[in-house]
Design a protein around this ligand. Structure first.
Ligand SMILES: *Cc1c(COP(=O)(O)O)cnc(C)c1O
Length: 389
């Protein structure tokens, strides 16, 4: 039995992954070479989407997705409070205002019924959102069909934040296929399902959105005369047609991504195997195990349990601390965004989203990653059983 800390998430890097990155180091291109388009094609093909653009993080992906959808001053972006801050911050980057929809107490994703109620009120006050960011928390898909139906009735655009969900499915189609949204974004941070160290991707079926995001990813500069407002001065000429950024991914990262994509299905299958084992081993303990949608297949980035606190002698915080002290690297995903001091200063307050706050007072993310051994998983259960007594 190891006495080191078992983290909540960790990358799985093979010799093939290492060889792929080393090969790039020995090649002519460290950036803007063939690996980035190869990675984009691998993800687009996997998802069944027409266009994919690699960027340097999912946060950058969210930013250019919002800009491409025309989000700006005077607009609203709505998302869930139970997400990483980036899903909301992207609205603020664009000068828009951010608001939240409370979560569904079973799936922990934004509640489609609460969204509908809020849209009815917003329509009466003429302040409907321009963009809704639907976050597939833990990899579990949101109720996309209903959210899409609402988008058509109330006229908003949809970004799927699938940072947790690559390799997952909804209504038997890969997440990212874009049937119910305008743009889907992925994260390739090392704790996520596939990694490029840092990295992200936008995928869409809309050619105009893809072209716009391609410009925004690289300074708003084009070398394509068809996209220029003025004729080229000569062969050297490029033109800035937008205010863009340098959000490009490197060849090293993309090569790692291409290599990792080959094991995506294997990674997600292993996560499901671990989750099934957790479900069984936790069945007698005073915790609620993750609910799985019948018409979805989760990417299972996270395995979150909720403590049945009313049955416990110790507090959520005490249990969390004791797990950490015993070397179980548990985490909490996430602190409700509206309770962050930065968001409180924008006018949000404790009590605004009761389901999200109740979730926050009970949730714990247990270790979940493909290289988690059964022995380590047993140690997690053993310690958890002890601290829950
Ligand atoms: C990780 C994450 C992000 C940000 O990803 P980066 O690649 O680190 O920028 C955004 N949204 C969610 C839900 C995430 O989990």
């Amino acid at each position: 039995m190891s006495s080191s800390v078992i983290p909540y998430g960790k990358q799985d890097i093979s010799q093939d992954d290492i060889d792929a990155v080393v090969a790039v180091l020995k090649s002519d291109f460290l950036t803007q070479g063939p690996q980035v388009p190869a990675f984009e094609k691998a993800v687009a093909d996997y998802c069944g989407a027409k266009h994919a653009l690699a960027v340097n993080s999912a946060t950058s992906a969210l930013h250019i997705a919002c800009l491409a959808l025309g989000l700006g001053e005077g607009d609203w972006l709505w998302t869930t409070p139970i997400t990483f801050v980036a899903s909301a911050n992207c609205g603020l980057y664009c000068g828009a205002q951010v608001d939240f929809i409370d979560i569904n107490p079973r799936t922990y994703n934004l509640c489609a019924d609460a969204l509908e109620q809020k849209l009815i009120v917003a329509q009466a006050n003429d302040c409907q959102p321009k963009v809704v960011v639907a976050v597939h928390l833990c990899g579990q898909p949101c109720e996309m069909e209903k959210i899409h139906r609402l988008s058509q009735r109330y006229g908003f655009r949809i970004i799927e934040d699938a940072s947790h969900a690559i390799g997952g499915r909804y209504q038997d189609k890969p997440i990212g296929n874009g049937r119910y949204s305008d743009i889907t974004i992925f994260s390739f941070h090392p704790v996520k399902i596939v990694t490029t160290a840092e990295g992200g991707m936008v995928v869409t079926n809309d050619k105009a959105l893809a072209e716009k995001m391609e410009l925004l990813r690289s300074h708003g500069i084009t070398r394509d005369p068809a996209l220029m407002t003025h004729k080229p001065d000569g062969g050297w000429y490029y033109q800035q047609v937008e205010l863009g950024f340098n959000y490009r991914m490197t060849e090293l990262q993309a090569a790692l991504g291409v290599s990792q994509m080959q094991r995506l299905d294997q990674f997600v299958a292993k996560r499901h195997q671990l989750a099934t084992r957790y479900d069984q081993l936790l069945s007698e303990l005073p915790v609620i195990t993750p609910y799985q949608l019948a018409n979805g297949y989760s990417g299972l980035h996270l395995y979150v349990v909720r403590l049945k606190t009313e049955q416990l002698k110790r507090s959520h915080r005490e249990i969390f601390d004791e797990l950490r002290e015993a070397g179980i690297g548990v985490n909490l995903h996430y602190i409700p965004v509206h309770t962050q001091p930065y968001y409180k200063q924008l006018g949000f307050k404790q009590g605004d989203y009761p389901q999200a706050e109740s979730y926050y007072s009970e949730a714990i993310s247990l270790p979940m990653f493909p290289l988690l051994s059964e022995a380590d998983q047993d140690r997690v259960i053993e310690v958890l059983t002890k601290v829950l007594q």
